[in-house]
Design a protein around this ligand. Structure first.
Ligand code: GCB
Length: 593
């Protein structure tokens, strides 16, 4: 038949160049305080393992009643099954649980005529991994990276009346991407964060960054902003509580930067003080709640507002038994509630950018954050496309979250093999983070030389904080090697034990002792706590992990598709013994400070 696929022998042979990656950090728009129209809700949906939709151009079909169709067709985007957005398809039907491939989301959008002086933007909070955007049959671009937001300008493409929006989302793990093929978390698929429309004036404030100037005086706030559009006029920035109202001039590219004398009350976990900031240019106005603080690395110390700090942390994935990566406000509140019960002042958001609401909540709750991109295990460090992808995800994350005082660390990688290519790849990412943001520390989960049993990683030279994932008592069965490991290491920089832990299974058929028993897990925590507390260069711990999380590669009878290293079981309620051990240890540290 006409559609035997011969027209497209290779994926590259589609006559539309789909992999444009034109929707990237450079087109991401600051949306803080803007009014959004939600496009969440039911969308028409179809999984498409063979990419028939791209070959047959399902996006170019027009809505017609069945009786009047002029050709046979394999899918009708305008009728049929629907799914909610946001959601992970893996969680909606058993037969989609392990589905990896393309899926089509379609919905109508009824619009009034767009006034001449307005622009219209679509914003997708996250779609895993590749998302192609079509409006009324026209391909507008694609975005790559499963956990960061992107915008598509619709101004010139949307029409008055009914429009059809189609998103083709593909969660296939590929060799040239970040992450690559092997991860210790579940490969969910779908549009799992909010989809929204934004209307702005012709000229808008497209980016904004406000921070305490990092020096010893604590008396200057810097603002950096970007104006996009024809009227590049000065922008008004107001911090009413500090009596600040200034005009920030912009250059011909629309970029503006100003340093303002100011003495804000400093943000800290004990006093998570946020200031209302408003930014206006003509009819455009953005708002945010921003805290001002200083984080520094000096020798083996981390200083928050000039005072040494110890990170009492816990790692957490974005994962839920029933909804996958979709987290409601209540779920996020519960996450912080549990961190508070543990007496934490710090969380590691592993291993990819979490929902942006989480960092906003951390700002209010006074929890310091480590945020990271999924440069995880083996990825193709030689491939320029891989670097482009990693770098773009990092830039999107930084643009999204750099006004969050809670975020103190950008982490650029996790347990990556030490090669020359990896080193220059990671150095590139660290440099990018520093360029975009002078107010945070850089880190990575670094390497251990297991023969010499000590910290050894050329990347350490380039970062501020050395993350170490160590599993003495678990993967390294001889626990006492931890003592030897710490004795052998002399890193000269602060070390955060970014992971440690053990699986503890507490469901039916649980063991009383040995690997996977709750008591074994507790024993590992007891020993870790006793040993790590004595080390001068250990400046924080974020054990692995707050909740049990779903993962394909763990299939023994205690795991059954789950990593069981959670201090709390997958129900997010039942605490294991180790929870209290860590909470007591942190309570003691907290009392000392
Ligand atoms: C690690 C990884 C983490 C895994 C963990 C484990 O080192 O960074 O992603 O889930 O170990 O449980 O093995």
């Amino acid at each position: 038949g006409a559609d035997n696929g011969l027209a497209c022998l290779h994926d590259e042979d589609y006559d539309v160049p789909f992999n444009t990656q034109n929707l990237n950090s450079s087109t991401l728009i600051f949306t803080g305080g803007r009014k959004a129209e939600s496009l969440n809700g039911e969308w028409n949906f179809c999984v498409d393992l063979l990419d028939t939709g791209l070959r047959q151009k399902w996006f170019s079909f027009t809505p017609e009643v069945p009786e009047e169709k002029t050709e046979p067709y394999d899918y009708d985007p305008y009728v049929g099954e629907t799914v909610p957005v946001p959601s992970c398809w893996s969680m909606l039907k058993d037969k989609w649980y392990f589905f990896e491939g393309s899926a089509w989301y379609t919905r109508p959008m009824d619009l009034d005529e767009l006034p001449d002086d307005e622009r219209l933007f679509l914003r997708v909070g996250a779609a895993q991994y590749d998302c192609k955007v079509f409006l009324n049959g026209e391909f507008l671009g694609n975005h790559y990276g499963g956990s960061t937001p992107f915008n598509v300008e619709l101004t010139k493409h949307a029409k008055q009346g009914r429009n059809w929006l189609m998103l083709c989302v593909n969660n296939t793990r590929t060799l040239d991407r970040v992450p690559m093929r092997n991860t210790d978390w579940f490969n969910y698929g779908g549009i799992y964060r909010d989809v929204e429309l934004y209307r702005t004036p012709k000229t808008l404030i497209s980016d904004f960054f406000a921070y305490l100037v990092p020096d010893s005086s604590y008396n200057k706030i810097a603002v950096e902003l970007q104006v996009d559009g024809p009227d590049k006029a000065p922008v008004t920035v107001e911090l009413a509580e500090l009596g600040i109202k200034v005009e920030v001039p912009v250059d011909q590219d629309g970029f503006g930067k100003l340093t303002i004398p100011a003495k804000p009350e400093l943000w800290s976990p004990e006093n998570p003080r946020l200031y209302s900031v408003s930014v206006t240019l003509g009819a455009d106005r953005i708002e945010d709640q921003i805290g001002f603080r200083q984080i520094e690395q000096v020798g083996t110390d981390v200083l928050l507002n000039g005072e040494p700090i110890f990170f009492r942390g816990i790692s957490v994935h974005e994962d839920d038994e029933f909804t996958g990566k979709v987290l409601r406000d209540e779920d996020l509140e519960q996450r912080f509630q549990h961190a508070k019960e543990l007496n934490c002042n710090f969380m590691r958001f592993a291993h990819y950018p979490h929902d942006e609401r989480a960092a906003k909540m951390a700002d209010r709750e006074g929890i310091l954050l480590w945020e990271e991109i999924p440069v995880y295990w083996a990825i193709d460090f030689k491939n320029p496309d891989t670097l482009k992808d990693a770098s773009n995800q990092l830039q999107e994350l930084i643009k999204r979250d750099r006004n969050r005082a809670s975020v103190v660390i950008w982490s650029v990688g996790n347990e990556n093999p030490d090669t020359d290519e990896r080193l220059s790849f990671m150095k590139h990412l660290v440099d990018t983070a520093r360029d975009m943001d002078p107010t945070r520390l850089t880190s990575a989960a670094c390497l251990v030389n297991h023969t010499k049993n000590r910290i050894e990683d050329r990347l350490i030279r380039h970062i501020n904080v050395i993350g170490i994932n160590e599993y003495y008592g678990w993967y390294e069965e001889n626990f006492d090697d931890l003592i030897d490991f710490l004795d052998n290491s002399d890193p000269g920089k602060p070390v955060v034990i970014s992971e440690t832990g053990a699986d503890g299974y507490i469901g039916e058929g649980k063991l009383e002792k040995g690997f996977f028993s709750e008591s074994y897990m507790a024993e590992v925590y007891r020993k870790q706590i006793a040993t790590l507390r004595q080390r001068e260069f250990v400046k924080g711990i974020s054990p692995w992990i707050l909740y049990d999380f779903r993962v394909e590669r763990r299939q023994n009878m205690f795991q059954q598709g789950w990593n069981r290293k959670g201090l709390i079981a997958s129900d997010k309620k039942t605490k294991k013994t180790a929870f209290k051990l860590l909470a007591d240890f942190y309570a003691e540290l907290k009392a000392k400070n």
